[in-house]
Design a protein around this ligand. Sequence first.
Ligand SMILES: *Cc1c(COP(=O)(O)O)cnc(C)c1O
Length: 236
Amino acid sequence: MLDWLGKMLHLPESFIAGTHGHGGGVIQGTASEATLISLLAARCKAIRRLLATDPKTSESEILSKLVAYTSDQAHSSVERAGLIGAVVMRKVPTDEHYSVREEMLRKMVEEDKAAGLIPFYFCATLGTTPSCAFDRIMELGPLCNKENMWMHIDAAYAGSAFICPEFRPLLNGIEYADSFNFNPHKWLLVNFDCSAMWVKKRTDIIGAFKMEPLYLKHENQESGSVRLIFHQIKTN
Ligand SMILES: *Cc1c(COP(=O)(O)O)cnc(C)c1O
């Protein structure tokens, strides 16, 4: 179903599960949860990467140095994701259109790296809650990719508009993002908590939250389980 909805938004192929894709969608209760999930997955990914490159460091040392960023116009749930995820969430100042621009984020990232900190996550907003401002993801995306920072895009309420071809260009730059969400429970009038979230590499999320207790063992738990279950539903 999320492939169907993702195609409606013309998401890049990398976000579509299909039969062989590495991406895919998952419904979250709220945009707040989608942002939190993306931050926790990014945190896990950064910690694993840094532990692998520097065996002398420790998980708690890395955690104490991680820095996340978002616009000073972002929804309060983004700041709260930082609180729950126990990482610093720095607010990037915006321009006269309330948009975050590349140079503003780059300046903060450079400052923090010089202070020995580890930038790992940026939450961009497409359609801010106060004024429907759009962060410049076309220029922010390459910076995040270069700096190994996870870019999440929160398009909670404006995202539904990208289904209209005339508004789809506003989503250009999503190809640089690691995750994206919008709320069908806003402009699509789904009367139930429903935030549609997509990731480029679903193993980032599955891997971050994987638990395998004995009492939940089942035959579909090998990696790729999501797709296996999907096939089973189809063939049944
Ligand atoms: C509404 C909104 C949220 C929060 O959405 P919930 O689904 O209530 O968590 C987050 N970000 C933006 C930009 C919003 O407009």
